[in-house]
Each structure stands twice: as structure tokens, then as C-alpha cells.
Design a protein around this ligand. Structure first.
Ligand SMILES: Cc1ncc(COP(=O)(O)O)c(C=O)c1O
Length: 392
């Protein structure tokens, strides 16, 4: 009998090698994943902060099933029942602005960049200040915005109009402002760059500078948003209000959806015909995302995230005191980074053999982002597995 080809063989034959996948994961539930041999793993990566409510959350699955039976997609040439409801959920939990829906983080940031350029076009301003070590996506504009050269290698010339300055250095931002500057784009917590939270004084300073120079303050909340840091959006830890914000990743808990929001006073900057996305805000994605917000409320996910986050921080500190090769620990909520004295890729591999999925970030930082719904005992179990990985 002819066996169908193994997915890994098919992958290497037909999928471009832009990633280097390891194990073949076939199913999930909550913070657990199983591989093709039915081996269980605790997922401390949440699909890079996508499945913040855990895998196959029943409320999200139910919403997807029901919507799939009713209507999957209508073009944005028609009203749809769910997109305005989702816009309302996001707007009322943030800064009361208006939303545009798309499909990914890069597309959400790309939209914010277009919004800023369009607003600045009236007086010839287009430059956007972004941070060194930042990550904003892989499209050409978001690559140019990204303050890490390695991602741009081979894709030059860079799209012009971006200036990178050191993160958390308000004087550097001030010095980079020119008559062409239109906006500042920042991650409140740099994720891919190594889990670096912005300081309070930096965020406040940014707001003040933007007010003084008539610039837009734009937040990239693609990774830090949707409860990951213990508030709906990470900027809410700081006493500021942005003019725009990009979301994606866990907005649909695994169903692809992105969005950007702009403050109400800017709602005329992008009139009919100025921006579009075929799938943006389609019914399936919106149904999933509405179920995410409903679950946040019903299950007090933010409170739980804060409590479990404190426990994770304490466990990491204890581990360091007990001799684990950890140099520095940074983070908020359930978004934590630990700089290591040993190669992070070795720790990721050892952790996998112990049944624990972790992420790397930056130069040599271990990134821990378990689902926000993880239980105390599951968190502790993951920490025990991490300790074993370190001893190997
Ligand atoms: C802060 C931030 N912005 C943008 C992106 C890009 O998102 P996507 O991969 O959905 O395009 C990412 C992805 O990791 C991110 O972490």
C-alpha cells in the first residue's frame, strides 16, 4: 500500500525555507500542544503571542463554527454585522477612535504608516521616527521602519522616510525631529528585540514631544496588546493616550486578523477609496475576535494574567538565585524575557525534549509568553521543565 508522504517531506519539497521548523504539532488545547507522536508540550510561546486564550479556546471555536454556517465573507462594499461590533469593542477599551481591519501585524503597521503620510502630506511631512531594536513587520515599509538591519539585508533600497533612534532615549528622539517629521512609531514593549519595556519617562516624553511638534504618536501593539501585559493594551500602563495603534496576533486567537485604530479627530484622513484590504474585517475573523473580547470579560482574563505574571516573574528570579544561567529578567504581565549566560538556542532545544515550548528574542534572550489563561499548576509545571532544560 502506498503511504501518503510525510508532511515534513512535503514541506521540504514544496515550502520555501524561510523558516526552520522543528517538531510537527498536530493538535492543541489550552496551554498544551501535541506532536505527531502524541507527545504533549506546554506552550510558553502561545504561537508567538497569538493564542493568548490558549489553543482551541471553546468560545472562539464555537463562534467560528457558528459563523462558518451563517456567512464567511462579504466584501467591504457591503456592511457586515460583526465588523462594527468589533470596532466598538476595541475603541471603547482603548482611546475611542475609529478602526480599519486587515489581516496581519505588518499590514496594520503599514496602514498606520500610510495614515501618517497622508496626514502629513498637506504640509510635505512624511518622516517617521522609530526605535533601534524595534520590529514592525516584513513588508517593505514596515521593514524600513524596523530598527534592526539584519531583517533588511538583501532587500535594499530601503523605503525612505524612517529615522531610527535608540529606544528609551528621549533626547535622541528630540534630536531626530526635522521639518519633515510626521510621527513617532513605538512598541510599548519591544518583543522581537528582546522584551524591553519602555520607561515611563520615555513614553511621557514622547507624548510631550509629539504635542509640541504636532506629530502623531503611534503604538505598535501587535505583540504587546490584547492583554499580554495585563492590560488590554500595553500603552495603558503609561499615563498617555496615543493617536494611533496597530493590532494583530491574538486579536483572533489564531484566526488571522489585524487592525489599526486612529483617534477620532483624525477620522477624515483616510476617506473612501484611500485604503482597502479584501479580507480585512471579514465575518469569520470578526466572529473569532468578538469571542475573544467576550471571554476576556467573562473570565477576568486580565486579572488572571497579572496574578500569574507575578508568579512567573518570581519563579524566574528564584531560578536565577538558585544558580540558573540568567543574567537579567525583564517584562510585564505574561510577556517576559530572560537574558542568558548560555546559548538560548540550546535551551530551546533542551526545553523541547522536556516537553516545553519557549521562544527566543533579541541576541540571547529567552522569551516566555504562556497563554494568559494558564493555571498556576501548569505554570509551575512549565518552570520545572525549564529547570530541567537548564540542568542539561
Ligand atoms: C511588534 C510587532 N509588530 C509587527 C509584527 C508583524 O506582524 P505579522 O507577522 O503579523 O505581520 C510583529 C510580529 O512579530 C511584532 O511583534
Amino acid at each position: 500500500m502506498n503511504h501518503p508522504p510525510h508532511p515534513k517531506d512535503l514541506h521540504h519539497r514544496y515550502v520555501l525555507d524561510t523558516y526552520s521548523p522543528s517538531i510537527l504539532l498536530t493538535r492543541g488545547e489550552g496551554p498544551w500542544l501535541w506532536d505527531e507522536d502524541e507527545r504533549a508540550y506546554l506552550d510558553f510561546g502561545s504561537g508567538i503571542s497569538v493564542c493568548n486564550l490558549g489553543h482551541c479556546h471553546p468560545a472562539v471555536t464555537k463562534a467560528i463554527r457558528e459563523q462558518a454556517d451563517r456567512l464567511l465573507h462579504v466584501s467591504n462594499l457591503f456592511y457586515n454585522e460583526l465588523q462594527p461590533r468589533l470596532a466598538h469593542e476595541i475603541s471603547t477599551r482603548s482611546f475611542g477612535g475609529k478602526l480599519f481591519f486587515c489581516n496581519s501585524g505588518a499590514e496594520a503597521n503599514e496602514g498606520l504608516i500610510k495614515f501618517a503620510r497622508r496626514w502629513g502630506s498637506e504640509d510635505g511631512r512624511y518622516e517617521i521616527i522609530t526605535m533601534e531594536n524595534s520590529f514592525h513587520g516584513r513588508s517593505l515599509a514596515t521593514l524600513a521602519a524596523t530598527g534592526q538591519k539584519k531583517f533588511r539585508k538583501g532587500f535594499q533600497p530601503d523605503l525612505e522616510g524612517f529615522r531610527h533612534v535608540p529606544f528609551n532615549d528621549i533626547d535622541a528622539v528630540q534630536s531626530a525631529i526635522t521639518e519633515k517629521t510626521v510621527a513617532v512609531l513605538v512598541e510599548p514593549v519591544q518583543g522581537e528585540g528582546g522584551v524591553y519595556p519602555a520607561t515611563n519617562s520615555f513614553m511621557k516624553g514622547l507624548r510631550e514631544l509629539c504635542d509640541q511638534h504636532n506629530l502623531l504618536l503611534l503604538m505598535d501593539e501587535v505583540q504587546s496588546g490584547m492583554g499580554r501585559t495585563g492590560k488590554h493594551f500595553a500603552y495603558q500602563h503609561y499615563d498617555i493616550t496615543p493617536d494611533g495603534m496597530a493590532l494583530a496576533k491574538s486579536l483572533g486567537n489564531g484566526v488571522p486578523i489585524g487592525a489599526f485604530e486612529v483617534a477620532n479627530k483624525y477620522h477624515e484622513v483616510l476617506p473612501a477609496g484611500s485604503h482597502a484590504s479584501t479580507f480585512g474585517g471579514n465575518l469569520l475573523a470578526c466572529a473569532a475576535s468578538l469571542a475573544v473580547f467576550e471571554t476576556f470579560d467573562q473570565k477576568n482574563v486580565l486579572d488572571h494574567c497579572c496574578k500569574i505574571g507575578e508568579r512567573l516573574q518570581k519563579r524566574l528570579k528564584d531560578m536565577r538565585e538558585e544558580g540558573a544561567p540568567i543574567k537579567d529578567i525583564r517584562g510585564m504581565g505574561l510577556m517576559w524575557g530572560a537574558d542568558l549566560d548560555v546559548p538560548v538556542k540550546d535551551v530551546l532545544a533542551e526545553a523541547r525534549t522536556e516537553g516545553l515550548i519557549l521562544l527566543a528574542a533579541g541576541e540571547n534572550t529567552l522569551r516566555l509568553m504562556p497563554p494568559l489563561t494558564i493555571s498556576t499548576s501548569e505554570l509551575d509545571e512549565g518552570i520545572e521543565r525549564l529547570k530541567l532544560a537548564f540542568t542539561e
